[in-house]
Design a protein. Sequence first.
Length: 237
Amino acid sequence: MNSRLRLGVVGLVVLSLFGTLLARLWYLQVLAAPTFRVAATANGVRLVYDAAPRGRILDRTGKVLVDNRVADAITLARAEAKRHPEVVDRLAVLLGVSDDEVRGRIADPRFSPYKPAPVAVDVDKAKLVYIREHQEDFPGVEVSQLPERAYPFGTLAAHVIGYVGEINDSELTDRKGKGYRLGDGIGKSGVEQTYEADLRGQPGLSKLEVDARGRVLRSLGSQPPVQGHDLQLTLDL
């Protein structure tokens, strides 16, 4: 009797464990499946931001003291650089820099891994033309245009106007939750700093669907950047 009783108890324990396991599997496959599908979808979406042109700064009469210009830049897609490492060597020779410098720029964490990284800015026209004419030798390389600050009067009233620079770690921490990201430009002094919120603008946003390896599958939509507000000073130049 004791042996039969022990076998019965063991059998009940085993059945109980199997029942618990089956119930857990049913929960994961049926009840929790929608939750996991949502999580998988969220993990497959990446956001890519594009800098917005800042607002202009005008004097009392409407004369433009600070404007925006478009800088010609050479960008390189990281995936293509991995598939065609020789393109890094060719770019380095063309730009007159070392291979390590080019690799360092495409690995820079300030730039999104889901869009081409700027390798050189303010590139002379001859080099841009060469790349366009020899595109087959530069897979993944594009000629892009990036917004830059322009000062028509040079350093005139620079102490009042101030300047824009790359956001640092301290500024990034102070502005947590305000949409700033590593690599963003920010007013560092003068009017550029005081009226940062007005001049800054709204960055553009692209939603990309990526696979488990981070490769872009398709675009899920985008919003263009919105330029910041113009600012008119009481200053008369």
